[in-house]
Design a protein around this ligand. Structure first.
Ligand SMILES: C[S@@+](CC[C@H](N)C(=O)[O-])C[C@H]1O[C@@H](n2cnc3c(N)ncnc32)[C@H](O)[C@@H]1O
Length: 519
């Protein structure tokens, strides 16, 4: 049912979602939940709401599926990705074919769509959105989501309870949500109002824009750049932690929320709003700019203590450290403007500027990311494999999406080396050992990906195909067969030694843990 006024004014502006329990129940009824959930005052911060588990949820399970209120393709991908179903013409980053959907696209001004999707989107919003966006081709994805929501509102595609819920989400108006200044918000709103000819008026559109900026989330397939953005009403109620207990997966046009660890009845459900491959200072900076808060989760507090101790021992300041980390991240972002030698020299210069007596510790972020950059730039498969392995094993955090991502990228480099090893060199373990190490890690990737993303998703299906192709070429014992765990560990030791990685940074396979528990 269409709402004529968005949103109805039956509560003060400041009322949080949990103050409207009947609305909360309606929102939760509209998602396909596998576990009982509730919306209550957040335990993490003051005033706002949060999503809570009402019953225990095991690790690696689906919590709910929801169709987002609005989705939108990412900036720069408008001409290669369908702006309705997200099918993509772009090659995916790892070249696994089953991850690449195909479609018959039609290009309309500023975006591309599958033929069938065009008809559906025309009815839902395109009728009004298309001409408006053609006059504002530089609009970023969050602004395009605002256009879309206003077009949807005009066409009656936003229900009363959705409009009501939008009203009670946090918007950070006046606090530069997503780092967007008040001036830009006003200009954007004036543009949108003229182009879409919404009858809502400045104030309500500004409010809605701030809610889009504060609650819009990225759609990011595993291991790839973001495809787009979405606003999901229940998803928007999930607060941030740098040690989150859930992950959002976008699959078949739907948001799937999955548990990353066991969640007890009464626990608040959390997700990350930031890249967990960054260190605490950069994460806090990013969260403060984009989401207007300082994270004080346990992981942040512990990491902060470690860095503070380093600053005292090594004689540099927290600001020096944050600046250097930013410089290293920028090196990684501009990786293709360097040669491997130049990148190594820049890494060395930046880190020596603060760590004068010893190298940047291997487990301190963002060294893992830089090692992957070195792997990318290496024109020698052996060097690339060594850098990638060091990058992958530089973290002690061995679960969740970041670990899946690291394992995946590392395995691509190891596979290249195994296929084209080059002339044997002194100190390199024999290829048989390398293969056992590789298949053990690939099996680990499969098990971790199933847990994080769920069995049968596009990603895990592609990993299954990869694993099946490789396993056929392997000698026995294979993962799951008697003797494999021992063979893996005998193979891992010389590989780590060759790469100069401490033995204790090696991988304990999930199947090894299961085997040990069974004894
Ligand atoms: C997407 S909303 C989350 C739901 C929000 N609590 C509500 O009631 O609508 C994001 C906002 O919640 C607050 N928030 C989320 N996680 C937080 C955290 N860990 N610490 C402090 N504030 C947080 C911030 O104000 C952030 O901009």
């Amino acid at each position: 049912m269409a709402s004529q006024a968005l949103p109805p004014a039956n509560l003060p502006e400041t009322a949080a979602m949990h103050d409207r329990q009947e609305l909360c129940l309606q929102l939760l009824q509209n998602v396909n939940a596998s576990h009982i959930l509730e919306i209550l005052p957040s335990k993490i911060h003051d005033n706002g709401s949060g999503l809570f588990a009402k019953e225990a949820i095991p690790e690696g399970s689906e919590i709910f599926r929801s169709t987002p209120l609005v989705t939108c393709v990412a900036d720069g991908r408008q001409h290669i990705t369908c702006d309705y179903c997200f099918a993509s013409m772009a090659p995916n980053f790892n070249g696994i074919d089953s991850m690449k959907p195909t479609f018959d696209a039609i290009a309309i001004p500023e975006i591309t769509m599958c033929i069938n999707c065009f008809t559906k989107s025309f009815e839902e919003y395109h009728k009004f959105e298309c001409d408006a966006l053609a006059q504002f081709p530089t609009a970023g994805f969050l602004t395009r989501m605002l256009y879309r929501m206003l077009a949807m509102h005009k066409l009656g595609a936003i229900s009363d309870h959705e409009a009501d819920a939008l009203r009670h989400l946090w918007g950070h108006r006046g606090q530069n949500p997503y780092g967007v200044s008040s001036d830009i918000i006003v200009t954007t709103v004036t543009n949108v109002e003229t182009l879409i000819q919404s009858e809502l008026g400045d104030e309500k559109i500004q409010d809605l824009y701030c809610k889009v900026l504060s609650n819009g989330m990225l759609i990011k397939p595993p291991g790839e750049e973001s495809y787009g953005g979405m606003l999901d009403l229940v998803g928007s109620l999930i607060n941030h932690s740098c040690d989150p207990n859930t992950v959002m997966v976008f699959e078949c046009g739907q948001l799937r929320l999955r548990s990353l660890k066991p969640i007890r009845a009464g626990d608040e459900i959390t997700q990350t709003y930031t890249d967990l491959k960054a260190g605490v200072l950069v994460r806090r900076q990013e969260l403060s700019i984009r989401a207007s808060f300082t994270c004080s989760c346990i992981r942040c507090e512990v990491e902060h203590m470690i860095i503070s101790a380093l600053t005292t021992n090594e004689g540099f300041s927290l600001n020096d450290f944050a600046d250097t980390e930013m410089k290293l991240i920028n090196l990684g972002n501009q990786v293709f403007t360097y040669t491997a030698e130049q990148l190594e020299a820049a890494l060395d210069a930046h880190t020596r500027a603060i760590f004068t007596t010893r190298p940047w510790p291997d487990t301190l972020k963002p060294i893992g990311t830089i090692r992957f950059c070195l792997a990318r730039l290496s024109n020698n498969h052996l060097q690339a494999a060594m850098h990638a392995l060091k990058g992958c094993l530089s973290t002690t955090n061995r679960s969740g999406p970041e670990w899946v991502d690291s394992l995946h990228v590392c395995l691509l480099y190891l596979e290249q080396f195994i296929i084209t090893p080059g002339a044997p060199q002194f100190g390199i373990p024999d290829m048989r050992r390398f293969r056992y190490f590789f298949i053990g890690l690939l099996n680990e990737l499969l098990m971790q990906a199933n847990k994080v993303y769920g069995i049968g998703t596009r990603y895990t299906t592609a990993i299954v195909t990869w694993y099946s192709n490789v396993i056929n070429t392997m000698d026995q014992p294979r993962p799951g067969e008697q003797g494999f765990v021992r063979t893996f560990s005998l193979s891992q030791a010389p590989v780590l030694m060759w790469a100069g990685i401490e033995r204790e940074m090696g991988v304990t396979l999930t199947i090894a843990r299961a085997e040990a528990e069974a004894v």
